[in-house]
Design a protein around this ligand. Sequence first.
Ligand code: HDD
Length: 698
Amino acid sequence: MADKHPELKSAELADASIHRGPGGETHQVASDDMPALTSRQGIPISDNQNSLKTGRRGPTLMEDFLFREKIFHFDHERIPERVVHARGFGAHGFFETYESLADITAADVFQRAGERTPAFVRFSTVAGNKGSSDLARDVRGFAVKLYTKEGNWDIVGNNIPVFFIQDAIKFPDLIHAAKQEPDRGFPQAQTAHDNFWDFISLMPESINMALWIMSDRTIPRSFRFMEGFGVHTFRLINADGKSTYVKFHWKPKLGMQSVVWNEAVKLNGADPDFHRRDLWDAIQAGDYPEWELGLQLFDDAFADEFEFDILDATKIIPEERVPIRRVGRLVLDRTVDNFFAETEQVAFHTANIVPGVDFTNDPLLQGRNFSYLDTQLKRLGTTNFTDLPINAPKCPFHSFTQDGHMAFNNPRGRVNYEPNSWGTGPRETPKGFRSFAAEDAGEKRRARGELFADHYSQARQFYVSQSEIEQTHIKDAFVFELSKVETPAIRARVVSHLVNVDKTLAQMVADGLGIKLPAAAEPAREVITDLPPSPALSIVNNAPGSFKGRKLGILVSDGADAKLLAALEAAAAQQGAMVELIAPKVGGFTASDGKQRPAKQKVNGGPSVLYDAVAVLLSQEGTLQLQQEATARDFVADAFAHAKFIATTKEAAPLLEKAGVEPDGGVMSLGGPKDAERFLELCAQLRFWEREPKVHAV
Ligand code: HDD
């Protein structure tokens, strides 16, 4: 067995004895408590600095098997990135069942109240490559693997409950159009280009999703503050074989929250790993993110009376029509040990379901059930990827599959088929998976259900369910994206669909683009229904009213008021929020009590986009110095432009003035430590939205 690499026990540098080689190179030689470096064959290595040569200055020898092994392995380190959802971040945790659901499903995971099932979750962006930025405007993947006692169950979902297309046969077209254009290889991780909007405008079934992706849902504040959805209608089957339709929802305990677009643009530069770091930091700090699993359960009678087809993945069932029953919680409490082994090699598959769960005929789901297994083979290179620790079930498993590349989990003995006479098993079991005996018959056709053709009613419902602030964001996002589209006819075609969604929205987008309002696109189905708003669809109207899990950034300098600082830190801790200090030098600053404190960020590396609210605690000298520093002026100017709450001291006020900040209800002057709690209470509103219309004139 290969030893794990020794872990550094503290932030202290490892104290290995250092020797200099003849060329001046550094040799760190193993001591008694440190293992020797070896090749992959276990051969101890004496020199990891020099390749084998003829003479000191001669050519490198082919004979150097240690060099060859090292470079050979390095050359093959990368595996193909996922064709979609390439950029992701995973964490371990558990799912806890609240109550037995035995009346609805035989799924083992739902049988016993309080039972915990190990889980692994991978969040992702869809379109960007592995090295793209976290704050791309994009759908987020929300893939959950539950290692149940009756096998692995994957809910491979997104943070948006609807999808672009209704039939999986369109998936390659959708993804080709969304990803970088094939001739030029850009833009990546962006939908703001001609090919994407060309496709959308020619596929009216995607218009509902277009409204969702232009909303703030596609620029989440972090993975911790977003919802997840299984999207399709699935079935739950109980022990008597009775089927109940189900839609899966993940509801974040911290509430939903998004950033604003200008902030996302800047975050991509300031910290392209903003979402990864956020999840990593929260889990490392013991602030474990949590989601509740919600089920929308319904029967055939509802499916028949519902005005849309429950097999159509471009439609939701509003929570107000079928309430969500919360049946358990998902807690992420452990970061990965090795990114490649876990986050990169994890393989999710919609067809990984367990007894008690089943599919429906949703044509998108049916196609996905082919795609995932197929893509894993390409990406992980062998059918045996299921034996990797991250993918293997945690319950006993016995199958007669065998051999293949990298078969390292090999059964013993003579029996590799069944039935057999050897009496050792494994054998079929009456508890095994059984498909629900749905009756399906019909002509063989390339067609879809008639109700699939209403492309606009739910898009309108989504729009009218938003707060005014969010409606403005949707309009702004359309204008931004279509302004990047170079072909005027494509811009107009998109707007022609918006006319069917909401005339005012279409008019505002047309105005924003500086074009005339086009005629409405011809709907595939004449009837467009005015559905009642679904209040659950707004993020802003459902704000949690809490600063818990958020981050306060405090700009400090030498002489910063120590009492005020302590009061802000205490008030933030009381709310369950984190604090980061930003100073002119990362080594630290001396507060007014004469004590030296380290900073987390130097001012040009800690812009205010990294924080949910900011406080400026500068001494008079600090203010004089930072008034001259562009990044300090940006710190407050951006916080102001992004509608954040800002606390300031009298001494720091000139910096705000120089940055063009005009004090309003979201800017609080701290008179003394007693004001800290009041400021944090203000922060619980998350943003001072009233300011937004005043800072955006275009
Ligand atoms: Fe997919 C990955 C979610 C439609 C084909 N998909 C992938 C991942 C998520 C989703 C979260 C990343 C899993 C991970 O973290 O490893 N996909 C969705 C949702 C969809 C959807 C919610 C619609 C409701 N996908 C979809 C269709 C197809 C695919 C219609 C093909 C017919 N998806 C794939 C894939 C990927 C994938 C090519 C790429 C990497 C992987 O599977 O493992 O098979």
